[in-house]
Design a protein around this ligand. Structure first.
Ligand code: PLP
Length: 381
């Protein structure tokens, strides 16, 4: 497909830089793991988003499990998880022995604050806040305060939110800890990889220890004082991450420029109630990992997907099924369709258009024009 929904991008000069540094350590002049680049990547990540601590791990899934473990969350504990998210947000909770409590999302596909309040019990230890598509909750500071007062941790699942911010505060600084993904489709990538950020030195130390198999990080010999695992990133991945981080602002500005074209062009659909997009409050920088809109009732998105594909334009929807309706959770907890009716209804009609650094502004105009044609042809008369 010519216009894919996600695509990694490396400048030629970055490729040359990565290759020459890689050649260096392949020739024995440096480490393949536990060398200087992972450390540099962590430092640069902290600087970029303004967090005090960054801990690089093998994936966002690993980051979520590590953070939950570092908080002492386990058997008999509950963690609130929004319906609109990837399996890892829920499965990480089960992997540490706790129970995910699934919660409605609002029209922006992010955690519904009032439903969250209803789902808190004496066993609730943490809430996962997923910045879905790169959108930060405009109530995030209020949510944090509400949870603080109840001794409940707030964990940002920031897999989609590299470069997103609210009132100048970057994702990664909004909860007690945050987890980023560097999977190939993400705003910046290392192929596979993840980053934990936190401004809590104790949590940082625990996460660091867990990813080093539970090593006592103050000891200069191999003493292990907790059960951990090996979640270390390689030097090669860190090199990719370093060059990608240099481009983060550029990548996010470009995504916003593409989205602006889509928004302007698609206003013809919005003003005729044929589609609607998310409401982005002032002060929020959307990272646009995804550009999604919701189609009006009776517009068949499967058909639109087929028609767009005829023009080599890939469209899709995430996540389908929603996390609480994944077979594993249906079987484990007896979850059924209708359990979270608002989230299920919102998710049924949305569709995503391609957005990434290789989609040019001309491509964006073409894609939007084709999309409008296809949608108008689908509107029931
Ligand atoms: C919201 C969310 N959380 C967690 C993950 C897991 O990320 P990773 O593939 O790095 O484990 C993803 C991956 O797409 C995601 O979208």
């Amino acid at each position: 497909m010519k216009y894919n929904t996600a695509f990694p991008f490396f400048y030629e000069s970055d490729i040359q830089d990565i290759l020459s540094k890689t050649e260096d350590f392949l020739r024995g002049n440096g480490m393949l793991s536990m060398g200087k680049y992972v450390h540099e990547f962590e430092q640069k990540f902290s600087q970029t988003i303004g967090a005090q601590h960054s801990i690089a791990v093998t994936s966002c899934t690993a980051a979520l499990e590590t953070v939950l473990t570092s908080m002492g969350i386990g058997v008999a504990d509950e963690v609130i998880v929004p319906a609109q998210t990837f399996i890892a947000t829920g499965s990480s909770v089960v992997r540490v022995g706790a129970r995910p409590v699934f919660c409605e999302v609002n029209e922006n596909f992010i955690l519904d604050f009032s439903d969250l309040k209803q789902r808190i019990t004496k066993n609730t230890k943490a809430v996962m806040l997923v910045h879905f598509a790169g959108i930060i909750h405009d109530d995030v500071f209020e949510i944090k305060k509400y949870l603080n007062e109840r001794d409940i941790y707030l964990i940002e699942d920031a897999a989609h939110a590299h470069g997103a911010s609210i009132n100048g505060v970057y994702a990664g600084n909004l909860g007690d800890a945050a987890c980023f993904s560097f999977f190939s489709t993400k705003n910046t990538t290392t192929g596979e990889g993840g980053m934990i950020t936190t401004n809590n030195p104790e949590l940082a130390k625990k996460c660091d220890s867990i990813r080093h198999r539970g090593k006592d990080m103050d000891a200069d010999c191999e003493l292990f004082n907790c059960i951990g695992t090996n979640l270390r990133l390689t030097e090669f991945q860190a090199l990719l991450g370093l060059t990608q981080l240099n481009r983060l602002n550029e990548f996010i500005s470009h995504r916003n420029a593409v989205a602006k074209i889509y928004n302007e062009k698609l206003s013809v659909l919005f003003s005729n109630n044929l589609a609607e997009g998310p409401e982005i409050a002032d002060g929020i920088v959307h990272a646009y990992w995804r550009y999604w809109i919701r189609l009006g009732a009776n517009i068949d998105r499967e058909n639109i997907q087929l028609k767009m594909a005829e023009n080599a334009i890939k469209t899709d929807w995430a996540y389908s099924p929603l996390v609480h309706l994944q077979p594993v959770f249906k079987e484990m907890y007896g979850n059924e369709q209708g359990m979270l009716p608002l989230s299920e209804a919102y998710a049924q009609t949305h569709i995503c258009l391609p957005i990434h650094f290789s989609i040019t502004l001309e491509d964006a105009e073409f894609i939007a024009d084709e999309f409008i044609k296809v949608v108008l042809a689908e509107v029931p008369r």
